[in-house]
Design a binder for this molecule. Sequence first.
Ligand code: ATP
Length: 437
Amino acid sequence: MANQNEEMMEKLVSLCKRRGFIFPSSEIYGGLTSIYDYGPLGTELKKNIKAFWWRWMVQKQANIVGLDSAILMSPRIWEASGHVESFTDPLVDCKKCKQRFRADLLESVAVCPNCGGELTQARQFNLMFKTFMGPVEDTSHVVYLRPETAQGIYVNYLNVLNSSRLKVPFGIAQIGKAFRNEITTENFIFRTREFEQMEMQFFVQPNSDQEWFEHWKANRIDYYYHLNIRPEKLRFHEHDKNELAHYAKAAYDIQYEFPFGWKELEGVHNRTDFDLRRHQEFSGKDLTYFDDATRERFIPYIIETSAGVDRTLLTVLVDAYEEQELEKDTRVVLHLAPSIAPIKAGIFPLVKKDGMPEIAEKIFNLLSPHYPVYMDVSGAVGRRYRRQDEIGTPYCITVDSETLENETVTIRDRDSMEQTRVKIESLRLFLLDKIEG
Ligand code: ATP
């Protein structure tokens, strides 16, 4: 089973490279450990995942708004947040083979999992990347690449409140890059040193935190069901006291069963008033909120939902990947939800004559302003279907001899492989219904 899982990951990594989803970064220079680039299809998929999240968390919510804060921020923010002091992982080295490990991820802290050698005592290692602002490289000019997007939201909480008509409870959402100098990197894009987060911070009355925590837990798992992730592959994991981050009162991970085990996909955290209280203390600015209805003044509690874009992308790929043994060959198919599939439809003229390529081009021009579609004119139609199955294209449209008579085409469904005939003029509505419905 372990071998089968490893083999499946290898096949997926190779598919990602071969079809242009994900490339190792700086590859022609030998690569840069645990940094990846997204190719043409990966870029579309990533964009669609972010759009899906934004629609769910911002557009469809009456009381959540968006933000796009800077990566570089005042270093005081990371002192207030506790990151300078506590954003650390325990690091151990093997005295024999010199490999480094995160002690909390090892089964035994006594021996090296690589060579059986003796391990050093664990020492705390801060995960923030440091750089300098301006030409002088001394300690007073240190700035950090943000390790999470959340702090950008907290320090803008008053700006958002004062420039909108929002009242507690309300949320601020943000998608953006985060950087962590991870000790160990693993499993393709699961843990990387540069990644993107999709975070939403929900500001609530102090005594309603438990209720909202339950609300967002339920909401977030429901979101993954709507992304077409198999429900049996998802579960909650509650953090015990030892696992809780320095800011959290309660935390649940939403975990997915990857080929390499159950792992965190998203965290839902009750951060209490820790962050705003600390920023109030460190900045000297009043960050309290006055509730008109109850005539109370308080520092709001914060419920956070924090998901990784890249980890979600890996999850949807792993979950969607299937090899089907058919009579003549093996069909590799990605059952991606139509809303996030990089290409929505393949368009094929059955043969390169009788005006079929021209009609296919007309269909391309009809659909491409609305959806990414792909025209493929070469090879047997079966081969063209396979090429689209492998990248998760949900529909393939074929122009054939009947098209010349009655302006209809076949639409073949990726999952059922069934074909139906529709009028060319109805194609746009057909796709709209399937993709957005
Ligand atoms: P872990 O215990 O795996 O290091 P964490 O508990 O530190 O993760 P959070 O700080 O809660 O993670 O981050 C929220 C989300 O951001 C994670 O659920 C994950 O999806 C994503 N994330 C965190 N670190 C990384 C990373 N190094 N690479 C890719 N995604 C990450």
